[in-house]
Design a protein around this ligand. Structure first.
Ligand code: WTA
Length: 658
């Protein structure tokens, strides 16, 4: 791996600091109980102390943290700050789609509003343990609604507002969610997104109409309690703004057990049905708090900007919970990196004096394309730490981020983690860990990473010829932020994460670890592709294609893409009677948009007379992957195919389409 040879470009403050990290890390994994017990009391306020630190094991899938302890996340994120003299400090700065649409809320404002929302939900019958689906744009009310759910013990399930009615319906139905919270419209890049209309449509899918009983609607441009609704009211609809306005601005926080469910978040896996990963209150709160503070070297007065959407785990942990649990100021962003132009991020950094900025490699690659001028036009001197997440960052993009954006003065933190891990599991720490472009470097405290042999499942002990350990990325012991189960399907949780390599948590990624213990993530081992940092299950896209009557069979693979990292390439075998045409290809693209969402639209659709299948009927995706990557001289053994001649047909077809 070329990046391994790149010199350490950011020398640590002194080797001592790195040594201190190493010693502390070692302690954290040799005495996890001692480490996490101390951390839990230091970082969080508890209503009731816990009885045990860690119980259960990976083997049995019954891990639990801080049992018997009682706390409330919203109390820790809001009341705790208000009580420690932060009442008037800004908790949240929001910038809407238009750069002059700005709102600032203090901790006291946020607490009052969250309490009002909590009371509004309770008044409508939302109870502890109910699943509340949230389908909202990136407006402050989204963060407040999430916090209100935590306050009353309702389990939120945020569905990214880019998902289609079909996908939303599937998630409402799977979680048996009686309550849905949305907004009339969303705004992105100057366009309006009719969220309430999509919700209406979602409720016509499957058993959603039966399952979902109340739809709360925020109005994006609400004009006061006397105003007419901005949307057509249906029998289940409740206008959120007027309901919230009449509520008492205090609501006592629910006393939650540390292991009470906090939220679910759906994520793609190897099957067509996304998994609802369930996080617990105490462990998640602690892990979100600590990783935000330590990875980003947060200090009082910092303005922390994570530009992810709350529809993904990054938005949960690093827009909402982590920064607020630390009492710092979080920045919430509704728009895109290129609206109104490619200087948007840097303009925001200058205007708000952002100190930590956190984005994905795909955005960096996109902005890099426009050249150095945009970042050079703005004063970026407030920046201290630049974060990246979602996929491996190529060293070229890393360097641009480091040199052009950070002026070689900032640390780049390459944070490796997953929806399942709750927070960062491998990352460098600013000024502590020497950086290597393309490496997420060393594990966070309490994380015992191992590289396994994919065949034997044993930890690799001997490096390969280049001195690296390359294999399965796994974690050897539980950590507080880990998801505990898949909602309603613990067997699936066991099968996907804990059974593949007994005794270890299986990440689904492959890694190369160098002689200094630095991790370089290679990519997914399962049928998940990473498009612009979004995890997309190939099976989900395949079922969206097969939903079209013209498609008899589909096989989806990832193909390398300069900006997105990977793009979706779909091979479709048509039903007898259908002919290939540009219109049909357009319809198939549309089918994916309506079944899942526009962000999953395939870049390339290859209509083919058949697919490379084994004699037993299994599609050999390995061959398709090689064909789209142009690696046709290393196709491997094709003799087991039922019809080996299909390979050449596909090569010709793909070449003609590219
Ligand atoms: C990938 C996003 C390399 C990885 C927080 C993982 C990364 C998946 C990095 C999780 C990184 C995330 N370097 N790869 N710094 N961060 N990944 O659940 O494949 O949306 O398994 O969580 O993204 O994606 P998820």
């Amino acid at each position: 791996m070329a990046a391994n040879t790149i010199a350490k470009v950011f020398p640590p403050k002194g080797d001592l600091v790195l040594e201190q990290y190493k010693a502390k890390h070692k302690d954290s994994i040799t005495d996890p109980n001692g480490f996490w017990e101390k951390a839990a009391y230091e970082h969080l306020d508890w209503f009731e102390p816990f009885e045990e630190v860690l119980e259960g094991s990976f083997e049995h899938g019954d891990v639990r943290w801080f049992s018997g302890g009682q706390l409330n996340l919203s109390y820790n994120a809001l009341d705790r700050q208000v009580r420690s003299e932060k009442a008037n400090e800004i908790a949240l700065v929001w910038e809407g789609d238009e750069p002059d649409d700005i709102r600032k809320l203090s901790y006291a404002d946020l607490l009052r509003k969250v309490c009002q929302i909590s009371n509004a939900l309770t008044a409508t019958g939302v109870k502890k343990g109910d699943v509340v689906t949230i389908y909202m744009p990136m407006i402050p009310e989204l963060a407040m609604t999430m916090l209100a759910c935590c306050r009353i013990g309702a389990i939120h399930s945020v569905v990214f507002a880019g998902f289609s009615a079909e996908a939303l319906g599937q998630r409402i139905s799977a979680a048996k969610s009686k309550f849905l919270i949305t907004a009339d419209i969303g705004k992105r890049g100057g366009k309006s997104i009719p969220l309430k209309k999509i919700v209406n449509d979602a409720l016509t899918k499957g058993d959603c109409d039966e399952v979902c009983q109340h739809v709360f609607v925020w109005e994006r441009f609400h004009k006061g309690s006397e105003s007419e609704p901005t949307f057509e009211m249906g029998p289940k609809d409740i206008r959120m703004d007027p309901l919230v306005a009449v509520q008492r601005p205090y609501c006592p926080p629910a006393r939650m057990d540390a292991e009470d469910s906090l939220f679910i978040l759906y994520t793609s896996g190897s099957t067509g049905m996304p998994k609802g990963l369930l996080h617990s209150t105490g462990g998640y709160a602690l892990y979100a708090k600590m990783t935000t503070q330590i990875t980003f070297d947060l200090h009082p007065g910092d303005l922390f900007a994570c530009v992810a959407d709350c529809g993904w785990i990054t938005g949960h942990t690093y827009v909402v919970y982590g920064p607020l649990l630390n009492g710092s100021t979080t920045f919430m962003f509704e728009s895109t990196p290129v609206y109104p132009d490619e200087g948007r991020y840097w303009d925001m950094v200058q205007r708000h004096k952002i100190t930590q900025f956190y984005t994905a490699p795909t955005a960096i690659r996109l902005l890099m394309r426009y050249g150095d001028l945009a970042p050079q036009k703005y004063d970026l001197s407030s920046l201290k730490v630049l974060g990246t997440v979602g996929e491996p960052i190529n060293p070229e993009a890393w360097r641009w981020y480091y040199e052009v954006v950070g002026k070689s003065q900032c640390s780049i933190v390459d944070t490796y983690w997953q929806t399942e891990t709750g927070g960062h599991v491998i990352t460098n720490l600013p000024g502590v860990t020497p950086m290597k472009p393309g490496s997420c470097t060393l594990p966070f405290y309490g994380i015992d990473t191992v590289v396994l042999d994919p065949h034997t499942g044993k930890e690799l002990t001997e490096p390969d010829d280049s001195g690296n350990f390359e294999g399965v990325m796994a974690i050897k012991q539980p950590w507080p932020g880990m998801a505990r189960t898949c909602l309603g399907d613990h067997e699936r949780y066991m099968t996907v994460y804990l059974k593949p390599y007994p005794g270890y948590y299986f990440t689904g990624d492959t890694v190369s670890r160098d002689s200094e213990g630095y991790h370089f993530i290679i990519g997914r081992m399962d049928d998940v592709i990473n498009v612009s940092g979004h995890r997309i299950g190939t099976a989900e896209v395949e079922s969206a294609l097969v939903a079209h009557p013209a498609v008899a069979q589909a096989a989806v693979v990832g193909q390398p893409h300069d900006i997105k990292g990977q793009a979706i390439c779909a091979f479709c075998m048509l039903t007898v009677g259908y002919e290939e045409s540009p219109e049909l290809v357009k319809e198939l693209r549309m089918s994916v948009r309506t079944e899942i969402g526009a962000f999953c639209t395939p870049d390339l659709i290859v209509v083919t007379p058949s697919l490379p299948m084994t004699r037993s009927g299994k599609i050999m995706r390995r061959i398709l992957r090689k064909i789209v990557c142009g690696e046709t001289d290393s196709l491997g053994d094709t003799s087991t195919l039922a019809d080996p001649s299909i390979v050449q047909t596909l090569i010709d077809k793909v070449t003609s389409l590219k």
